[in-house]
Design a protein around this ligand. Sequence first.
Ligand code: ARG
Length: 444
Amino acid sequence: MAKLWQKTTNVDKLVENFTVSRDRELDRQMAAFDVLGSLAHTRMLESIGLMEKSDLELVQRELKLIYADIENDNFEIEADVEDVHSQVEMLLTQRIGDAGKKIHSGRSRNDQVLVDLKLFFRSQLQQVVEETQKLFNQLISLSNEHKDVLLPGYTHLQVAMPSSFGLWFGAYAEALVDDLEMVLAAWKITNKNPLGSAAGYGSSFPLNRTLTTKLLGFEALNYNVVYAQMGRGKTERIIAQAISAVAATLAKMAMDQCLYLSQNFGFVSYPENLTTGSSIMPHKKNPDVWEIMRGKCNRLQALPNDVAMMTTNLPSGYHRELQLLKELLFPAFADLNDCLHMATFMLQNISVNKNILDDPKYAYLFSVEEVNKSVLNGTPFRDAYKQIGLDIEAGNFNPDKQVNHTHEGSIGNLQNEQITAAMGDVVDSFNFKKVEEAISWLVK
Ligand code: ARG
């Protein structure tokens, strides 16, 4: 199969394999978005007189059939076709002849892949938000349910002060609110239209970029065509930061889970079918899900570095290795969404130990409580502190293990309503509806 750009000479097979290799698989994931871009681009071409109405009708009809085939998993990039862009143009040309050859006026694969990526990233970011919301809801509900179940708090991994399962679950919920602020920043930068920048230097045709922006449901466009091309790499960097933020929260939670599942802690447990065994030690119920999650999410935190290393010294303009960013970002999204999903699933099955504090070593948790009681009875803080310290040294410390903190943000007042409202505000800012309406109109 001749390349789109091939004139007379055949490219060497080794070169072809080296430059395309894994790219076709990744392009397959962008196929639906490639068609959406072409649906918008060709409508725009017709509107400025660069495509006949009759050709537009043929092209739109055929593109929608290809879109349906992609959705039904009935689409492949053939072995000798360079990329998804070539595959779609080839199918069109095979099926409707010359009309198919007209769709690429005023476009380059450089802005075509940019728009495909932005549409793909938008859908992946939406999935991250939706999965994060589910996890958030699960955490808030666990937090409310276990509001009064005490949990030892640690500093330096040493017994510190009383905490609660309500605070622990709620902390991760609130972390996700801040993570989604990062995802929102990534969304805003992604949600700008690069189409019409062509190879990175615009076109002599009077392209209507505002029209394709509207048709594809973008919030705005990348106005400067050179900057639009610079968005390749920059968009990925910012998305990588957002992915890394969510991953950091999940990795920390996964570590807490592994620790709390250890017999030395015994704070939480899971049904046996959610743990894994050992081939030699018959007693084992290992927390493999959380360990795999910790590893994947730690690896995801390296993503901003990977993207930066690949793009940091590239001058403006298109460069072929930008294609490799797909190899970093696509699996990263898949891993993150998978981890979010698994975290929710696991937490639906968690049991918490309600008798942790029966263990005498946790009496120390209440040292500050005892000091504070003395302070309330009129003893200066430092004197009270010393006295309790001496009591502990003398083995004369028997607190009543009660906490009664009901002020803002304390054990007894988790402020989960406020945290939930903050989550609602962030999620509303994404305005997915506008995007969904635009896309469903384009393919209808
Ligand atoms: N696979 C290429 C990429 O992802 C498509 C764009 C090719 N453009 C070019 N000028 N060779 O970047």
